[in-house]
Design a protein around this ligand. Structure first.
Ligand SMILES: [Zn+2]
Length: 110
């Protein structure tokens, strides 16, 4: 795969700086904004989400919490909130879990 193209389907469709369509390029054709660092953040977010899910499957809640927290710190998504809240519950961090619940109450409704 050429280095100047992005595989991540959830990267923005438009340049965050000027709004030009990106067409999966790592650099905006109009304003030359470098999207490499953003792509790296998304890649690391996905890696930590995957590792957290694997840790859950392995029954390692402590490792799950570490990676869920790192993923959520890099990029906040509905999935990262749920994963971190579950990891917080499994590790007895009830204040964190209830904090996410209170902040996102009703987000999945309607
Ligand atoms: Zn741009």
């Amino acid at each position: 795969m050429p280095r100047d193209r992005i595989e991540d389907a959830d990267l923005p469709q438009k340049c965050p700086t000027c709004g030009a369509p990106l067409k999966r390029a790592l650099c905006c054709r109009r304003c030359k904004t470098d999207l490499g660092p953003l792509s790296e953040i998304i890649r690391n977010h996905r890696r930590h989400m995957h590792t957290a899910r694997r840790a859950f499957a392995d029954g390692d809640a402590g490792r799950m919490f570490i990676h869920a927290r790192r993923a959520h710190g890099l990029r906040q998504t509905p999935e990262s909130i749920r994963l971190l809240a579950c990891a917080a519950l499994l590790t007895g961090r009830f204040e964190i879990a209830t904090g996410f619940w209170a902040a996102n109450r009703g987000a999945d409704e309607g």
